[in-house]
Design a protein around this ligand. Structure first.
Ligand code: TRP
Ligand code: SF4
Length: 326
């Protein structure tokens, strides 16, 4: 069992069900029996949004609200914001002195993102160095394990290479962090594709009940089921995937049976799923409302989190400087 866990998210808008089930639920469970550091990677957001920074602050705030509402517990986890701990920048700089540029140039996410994002110029120093900043985030706290999605594996591998290089050039300071792959299968969006902000098919934690119900009403179903009397096939219906996640077993069984015989219609079927989803989201909505009305709670959590994180990061930086004799 790894004892120290660290993970971060970029502030890039509101969290949706995919983020909740794929990452946050996992963090929530990890904080029960591990020492956890969870932070908002707002400097990382600059690497792709340096031209328009106008909404980053607001996104940081929203992310923190969503985290706490979804059950990240500041009594158990250290919650902080990257840009409030300058040690991340210092370690980033020191590491940058010893990292060969080809290591960064052959990073697959570097190439992929540059191809994906055509409307911005990403041929910047900061974007190339994205994984160096991420390595600094992780190594500064000597994390044993980092819960991430598959897309982040190259960054974890690079972090280990950077740790090894530092340790062999100077003194062994950094443990090599392991990845904790988040296993939850992809969450489907309202259009049947993977739920993703860039597809505009998300159900957000901040969506009010009426919006959630409305989104489900217009969600795609088995495309072969055109009329009410047509039998359907739940196995190809995205709505049924939501049933599997949210509905109690008797409802799942009922839908599975009655859809195939056209006993149940899509409208009623979706109402069941909406009820189950609303039940799951209600406590999150309540917590969000409380936090929105009491912004000082967030500030207090971040203030304390930064203080606790800084104790660890200062200690590591002292060891780094001693190892480098500077
Ligand atoms: N790159 C991560 C992402 O986009 C965010 C991140 C930044 C991170 N620093 C980290 C994740 C350190 C884990 C550990 O999802
Ligand atoms: Fe999908 Fe439910 Fe309609 Fe069957 S009844 S096609 S599972 S929405």
């Amino acid at each position: 069992m790894p004892n120290r866990i660290l993970s971060g998210m970029q502030p890039s808008g509101r969290l949706h069900l995919g983020n909740l089930l794929g990452a946050l639920d996992n963090w929530r469970l990890l904080q029960k029996d591990h020492e956890c550091f969870f932070f908002v990677a707002d400097w990382h957001a600059l690497s792709t949004n340096y031209e328009d920074t106008s909404r980053i602050k607001e996104f940081v705030q929203e992310l923190l609200i969503d985290w706490l509402a979804a059950g990240i517990n500041p009594d158990r986890a250290i919650v902080f914001v990257q840009s409030r701990i300058p040690d991340h920048a210092i370690l980033h700089l020191l590491l940058s002195m010893m990292i060969p540029i080809p290591w960064l140039e052959r990073n697959p996410t570097y190439k992929e993102k540059q191809e994906q994002i055509q409307d911005r110029d990403l041929s910047t120093f900061g974007f190339l160095g994205y994984p160096v900043l991420q390595a600094a985030d992780i190594l500064l706290y000597k994390a044993d394990a980092v819960p991430v999605g598959k897309d982040q594996l190259p960054h974890l591998e690079l972090t280990r290479e950077i740790a090894r290089r530092f340790n062999s050039l100077y003194q062994p300071v950094f443990p090599e962090p392991k990845e904790l792959l988040t296993e939850f299968p992809k969450v489907v969006g309202t259009d049947g594709r993977k739920m993703s902000k860039s597809y505009g098919n998300t159900i957000n934690l901040s969506d009010p009940e009426l919006v959630v119900r409305e989104k489900l009403k217009t969600m795609v179903t088995d495309p072969a089921r055109v009329r009410r009397r047509d039998p359907g096939n739940p196995d190809v219906c995205p709505v049924f995937e939501f049933h599997h996640i949210f509905s109690p077993q008797p409802i799942i069984d009922q839908v599975n049976r009655e859809c195939r015989t056209a006993e149940i219609g899509c409208i009623d079927c979706k109402k069941f799923v909406a009820d189950a989803m609303v039940q799951r989201l209600s406590p999150i909505w309540e917590a969000r409302a409380t936090l929105l009305n009491n912004p000082h709670i967030i500030e207090e959590v971040v203030h304390q989190g930064c203080e606790r994180a800084t104790k660890v990061s200062h200690q590591t930086l002292e060891e780094v400087k001693a190892a480098m004799k500077i």
